[in-house]
Design a protein around this ligand. Structure first.
Ligand code: 5GP
Ligand code: MN
Length: 342
């Protein structure tokens, strides 16, 4: 855990400030929940907080309290730059290095901003003026709760903040089932429910929001599933053509990789998703137990993340990317076989 200059930050926030809060590119439930949860809190404290996101986020997050106030850097560029220019400090949530917001936004940030405060749970964070980094914590939303607690302000957590934070903890823990889910997580979740998070409704809004075409895309993904039992590995591919056939929309492939990991005796799962617009294969990795997909993604696929959930990319074709992936597995045979005891 790194807690850097917290007392100085606390003192700095005793005066009302213009604050910008940023989540990572392709924001997920934890990025949206943590940025908006923190925004509501800072607004209650008398600051003016504005959330900026690099690009769009999935439909199933569009109901989160405060979502209509978010500026998208790619679409509302003027407003975003204006907000950055007049900001006193920028909070960076749910990512560990500035490049995770994309080139355009990173350049603008570096041009206008000198004061950064990081709250994040990803590994190997870059150094910022103020930092609260803890890779043991399941979600940035749980860290925002603890941040508010350290500020001595738990009493300010009301229904909207509770709803935002509940959502990100739920999505980043796979509904409270990943290894990172601790008894502290459950205590915080219980408190958030007491403070107004309607847990049944939140689950339903996020997970029962499928379109017919999304389920059909899932069907296609599952029929592309390949299993390599000798490496306890399974992977899924989705081509651009298949995505188009089922009217792919952002977020439609979220969580699909977990179906590969749900196979009995599989400890390593991957999904390869072709993105012709960006000219890349976007990859998600998941593992059970000690096999670190963060290291794997960093070493071979220009990515990173956490020990059991990471992402990366390849600029080669689908076939070449999958071939490379398969060719790497023999090097990890021993690690994979002992990774997880039932
Ligand atoms: P996902 O597979 O759901 O996109 O991402 C899993 C985890 O890995 C998330 O915590 C995400 O932030 C991180 N991640 C995904 N893609 C990348 C990447 O290209 N680089 C890095 N450093 N982390 C990534
Ligand atoms: Mn997260």
């Amino acid at each position: 855990m790194i807690l850097k200059n917290f007392e100085a930050l606390k003192a700095y926030l005793e005066t009302p400030r213009n604050i910008v809060i940023i989540g990572h590119k392709n924001p997920d439930g934890d990025a949206v929940g943590s940025t908006l949860g923190l925004k509501h809190y800072l607004d209650f404290k008398g600051h003016k907080a504005q959330v900026l996101m690099p690009n769009e986020f999935p439909d199933f997050l569009h109901w989160i309290p405060g979502v209509e106030s978010v500026y998208r850097f790619d679409r509302q560029n003027n407003q975003s730059v204006k907000a950055l220019k007049k900001s006193d400090i920028v909070f960076l949530l749910d990512f560990n290095a500035l490049h995770r917001v994309g080139d355009d936004m990173q350049n603008t940030l570096e041009k206008y901003e000198n004061h950064f405060a990081l709250i994040d749970h990803h590994q190997q964070p870059d150094d910022f003026e103020y930092m609260y980094s803890d890779t043991e914590i399941c979600s940035t939303c749980q860290m925002v709760y603890t941040f508010i607690e350290m500020m001595g302000d738990l009493n300010l957590i009301e229904r909207n903040i509770a709803t935002c934070l509940y959502t990100g903890i739920m999505t980043d823990t796979g509904s409270f089932r990943f290894r990172s889910t601790t008894s502290t997580t459950h205590r915080i979740i219980a408190d958030l429910i007491d403070r107004g998070a309607e847990n049944d409704k939140i689950h339903s809004k996020v997970y029962d929001a499928n379109s017919f075409s999304r389920l059909q895309l899932l069907g296609q993904a599952l029929s592309n599933l390949q299993v390599l039992p000798e490496y306890k590995t399974a992977f899924i591919t989705l081509s651009q053509e298949e995505k188009n056939k089922y009217n792919y929309e952002k977020g439609d492939t979220e969580g699909v990789v977990n179906y590969a990991l749900s196979l009995k005796n599989i400890v390593f799962a991957a999904i390869f998703i072709e993105d012709l617009e960006q000219g890349i294969i976007k990859i998600s990795f998941r593992s059970k137990g000690s096999f670190s997909v963060n290291k794997f993604a960093r070493s071979y696929f220009n990515g990173g993340g956490h020990d059991n959930a990471a992402g990366g990319r390849s600029t080669y074709t689908m076939e070449e990317t999958v071939d490379e992936f398969r060719s790497l597995l023999p090097n990890y045979k021993e690690d994979l076989l002992v990774s997880y005891e039932e």
